[in-house]
Design a protein around this ligand. Sequence first.
Ligand SMILES: *[C@@H]1O[C@H](CO)[C@@H](O)[C@H](O)[C@H]1NC(C)=O
Ligand SMILES: *[C@@H]1O[C@H](CO)[C@@H](O)[C@H](O)[C@H]1NC(C)=O
Ligand SMILES: *[C@@H]1O[C@H](CO)[C@@H](O)[C@H](O)[C@H]1NC(C)=O
Ligand SMILES: *[C@@H]1O[C@H](CO)[C@@H](O)[C@H](O)[C@H]1NC(C)=O
Ligand SMILES: *[C@@H]1O[C@H](CO)[C@@H](O)[C@H](O)[C@H]1NC(C)=O
Ligand SMILES: *[C@@H]1O[C@H](CO)[C@@H](O)[C@H](O)[C@H]1NC(C)=O
Ligand SMILES: *[C@@H]1O[C@H](CO)[C@@H](O)[C@H](O)[C@H]1NC(C)=O
Length: 290
Amino acid sequence: MSLQLRCLYVHSLALVVTLLLLSAASGGSDKVKNITAVLGRSVTFSCALNNGDSVEGLYIQRVINDKEEKFINGFYNNPLPMEVPEQYQNRTTVNKTGLSVEMRDISVSDEGLYTCVVFINKDPNIFKILLRVKAEYSVPTITAVCGQRSDGGAGQACQLSCSAAGGYPRSAAGWAELNQSLIKVINNWSSADNESKTWTVNQTIMYTCDQPTNISCAIGGAVSENVTICERNLFSLVVIAAIAVVLVFVLLVIFVVVMKCCCGRQQNPGDPSEEVGMPLAECHSQQQRV
Ligand SMILES: *[C@@H]1O[C@H](CO)[C@@H](O)[C@H](O)[C@H]1NC(C)=O
Ligand SMILES: *[C@@H]1O[C@H](CO)[C@@H](O)[C@H](O)[C@H]1NC(C)=O
Ligand SMILES: *[C@@H]1O[C@H](CO)[C@@H](O)[C@H](O)[C@H]1NC(C)=O
Ligand SMILES: *[C@@H]1O[C@H](CO)[C@@H](O)[C@H](O)[C@H]1NC(C)=O
Ligand SMILES: *[C@@H]1O[C@H](CO)[C@@H](O)[C@H](O)[C@H]1NC(C)=O
Ligand SMILES: *[C@@H]1O[C@H](CO)[C@@H](O)[C@H](O)[C@H]1NC(C)=O
Ligand SMILES: *[C@@H]1O[C@H](CO)[C@@H](O)[C@H](O)[C@H]1NC(C)=O
């Protein structure tokens, strides 16, 4: 038993030495495969080779500080010469036939560089896999408060705020519909949650405009609903037009009434009872204008 253990130990030591030598020799020239995992979900590290050679072992390792490699899980004939660290025991599953390792419940701290070592005829083949973690931001909340410009110029000055939470990585707020050179950033704030490491982002800007503009804001791919700013000009135009229409209508009605009463009096001069309350002077002036 102890002989077997020593054999295993020597065997794994030899493997580790070979690995270190190989990874040092290959340096950073290796192609890196990039994969993305969604926070809280699972990801599969796939180490499948194209050729049909029989594979006797597979290791997934985490690269720490660019050099040290920490074993995560894998297989090497039977039994495995290295122990699966506790934090990966319930979270990883090796698929021997698929030459892959599934990792579940991905957190932000899983982000980083991994190596996949596939042994064929005792020869280790090393691949690098860069894992990135992603979390969608909530739909951003947009608020707009518009008012008179402080310098008395034309148009309106609007204070616009945009905020979203729960995203990763950190992202900045963007205002696609606005003229970027007119944006004045008042407040640009972001903060990471201690536990989940996800970000809450908040930005407030000042923007001056004299045309009604439909705007939205975006944070990390999540887009807010639309709001329309600088509507007042349009609103007052509509109001002025409406008032003008009403005024014209009222004047027309008065004109028609006056015309009717004056002409009626001319046709029936002997019936004064119908003319009660009609000022004579006004009637005359209307007649003269016509
Ligand atoms: C993976 O990401 C790294 C770093 O962003 C980049 O240099 C590399 O080209 C990417 N590899 C592939 C295959 O896209
Ligand atoms: C792994 O799962 C077993 C059984 O469900 C449990 O007893 C153990 O505490 C878990 N280990 C970790 C590190 O979560
Ligand atoms: C292992 O991988 C193979 C090939 O990708 C797949 O067909 C099989 O379903 C996987 N097995 C498990 C248990 O996931
Ligand atoms: C706002 O902060 C983000 C990071 O949170 C940064 O990328 C961006 O450049 C900042 N924008 C301005 C205008 O300061
Ligand atoms: C943005 O504003 C600048 C400064 O007022 C102006 O010169 C430029 O033409 C505007 N760009 C657009 C696309 O409206
Ligand atoms: C965003 O920033 C504004 C201005 O600093 C603040 O009033 C608001 O409460 C912040 N919103 C969030 C969700 O942090
Ligand atoms: C703004 O959007 C609304 C509905 O989304 C639309 O009816 C309106 O015409 C748009 N206004 C402008 C100025 O684009």
